[in-house]
Ligand binder design. Structure first.
Ligand code: DLL
Length: 443
């Protein structure tokens, strides 16, 4: 309930030395860590020794960060093949916790952390919390799920490192979430952006927005647009920040955006980012979109070399207006697996989101893409929820709105779509990561 305007923002740093370090100094730090890490995995992870031997690379060939391109890639399939503990670089007794994520094929992707890895994780999230203007005096309501999913634990560890109060709500039961938010005087909350939108609408409907003490929210775990951020900020009157992570690298806290929202700052002293052309894995120039690939420079439990995230973004390495030199990855359009090719045109759900949100409140930011194949032709249907304000029993009005939505989507996507308008509150709300696409094509 207290959005701070950019001109009144006072930037704080958790670790100013690292966050604002000159590029050469950072490269030296990364080089030192990489050389050690490569030696470590070569000696302790048979999988990496074999991969390096297959490429004819020895630890001695890696003299600094500039040699990173000589190293082998790691894929999600490699993790599956070595499930659950085949990639550990330490004995199992040194593993303090495991976290995971359920993949689309049903098998878990599992990651293992030593005590020190857990501390580093908390420290990285705390950097993000400070970036969001929070201090040890704050009360952070965590409605990411707790469990193998890293969201709940990640924010919790961050709050702990910061010395703030964690309110471990986990996901679900929106009424109770809002009640506790109000009763405990939470000053910040964390959850997926789709759930933040749902919470915002529910708080508005319950007429309690003015009674909340929230000033910031930390949202991530799924792609979302700037338009969605502005909508959440507007309803709650708060500042909202994007946080990125994946359990294989660390949970939330690999990168987060600052008040300038010019991309998410990667904590590159721990996670070295590369953006590579998905076709041939050659490096993309700054600003060019490609696949994000990470090498964990400090990880002990399950270090990964050049892990292919399948997330698409671009990177900028110039100093941000906030003073940080940490490189910025742009808000994600989605993963390579989220992208749907509709009659030859690439479509991301986030494009639909920004188009719908540009329609000035005629439709709600809740949508679902359904892809079918009819007579050998791809058909994309977009289910769109009409807002209470615009919903009407008059067929003519609804037909006109449907046409407007169709035109806006065609313009945004470059392909025509079928629009199915549905009544307010009929598209299922998510408490975690929203499911935005159903593909019935069996490709
Ligand atoms: O989603 C970790 C996380 C929890 C991040 C809470 C932020 C907040 P996984 O379940 O392993 O981990 O899923 C990782 O989610 O590769 C991206 O495709 C997607 N993702 C995560 N954060 C963002 C974000 C957590 N801010 C996968 N924007 C990643 C877009 C995101 N996509």
């Amino acid at each position: 309930m207290a959005k701070v305007l950019l001109e009144d923002w006072k930037e704080q740093y958790r670790d100013e030395k690292i966050e604002c370090m000159g590029r050469d100094e950072m490269a030296a730090l990364q080089s030192e860590k990489l050389v050690k890490q490569v030696k470590n995995v070569y000696e302790n992870v048979p999988f990496y020794r074999k991969k390096m031997e297959d490429l004819g690379v020895e630890p001695g060939d890696i003299k600094g960060i500039e040699d990173i391109h000589k190293l082998p890639f790691t894929t999600k399939e490699d993790l599956r093949d070595n499930y659950p503990f085949g990639l550990l670089a330490v004995p199992k007794e040194k593993i303090a916790r495991v976290q995971g994520t359920s993949g689309t094929t049903g098998k878990l992707t599992l990651a293992a952390y030593t005590e020190k890895d857990v501390d580093t994780w908390g420290e990285c999230v705390a950097r993000g919390l400070v970036m969001a203007g929070l201090t040890s005096a704050d009360r952070i309501h965590v409605c990411y799920g707790y469990g193998l999913f890293t969201g709940g634990m990640g924010l919790d560890l961050g709050a702990r490192a910061l010395g703030a109060m964690a309110i471990p709500m986990s996901s679900g039961n929106t009424k109770r979430q809002l009640m506790c938010m109000e009763d405990f005087g939470a000053t910040a909350f964390g959850c997926t952006p789709s759930y933040a939108m749902y919470l915002a609408e529910a708080a508005k409907e319950a007429g309690i927005v003015d009674r909340l003490q929230i000033k910031a929210s930390i949202n991530g775990a799924e792609p979302w647009t700037d338009e969605m951020r502005l909508k959440i900020e507007e309803i709650f009157n708060i500042n909202t920040f994007d946080i990125y992570g994946l359990c294989e690298i660390t949970g939330p806290g690999v990168a987060m955006d600052c008040i300038h929202h010019k991309g998410l700052h990667v904590y590159e002293d721990h996670f070295y980012p590369e953006v590579l052309n998905p076709a041939d894995q050659s490096p993309c120039a700054d600003g060019e979109t490609g696949e994000l690939v990470f090498t964990t420079l400090s990880k002990e439990g399950m270090p990964l070399l050049r892990y292919r995230t399948k997330d698409l973004t671009s990177i900028y390495r110039d100093r941000c207006e906030c003073g940080r030199t940490l490189p910025r990855i742009q808000k994600f359009t989605g993963r390579t697996d989220d992208m749907k090719v509709i009659r030859g045109v690439n479509v991301f759900p986030t494009q639909v989101e920004s188009a719908l949100l540009s329609m000035g409140g005629q439709v709600a930011p809740h949508y679902l893409l359904i892809v079918d194949r009819e007579n050998n032709l791809d058909v994309l249907t977009v289910m769109v929820e009409v807002t209470e304000e615009y919903f009407s029993d008059e067929i003519r009005k609804m037909e006109a709105l449907k046409e407007r939505v169709g035109a806006v989507l065609k313009q945004a996507l470059g392909v025509s779509v079928r629009v199915k308008l549905v009544e307010p509150k009929t598209i299922q709300r998510s408490e975690g990561k929203a499911k935005r696409v159903i593909d019935n094509r069996n490709l």
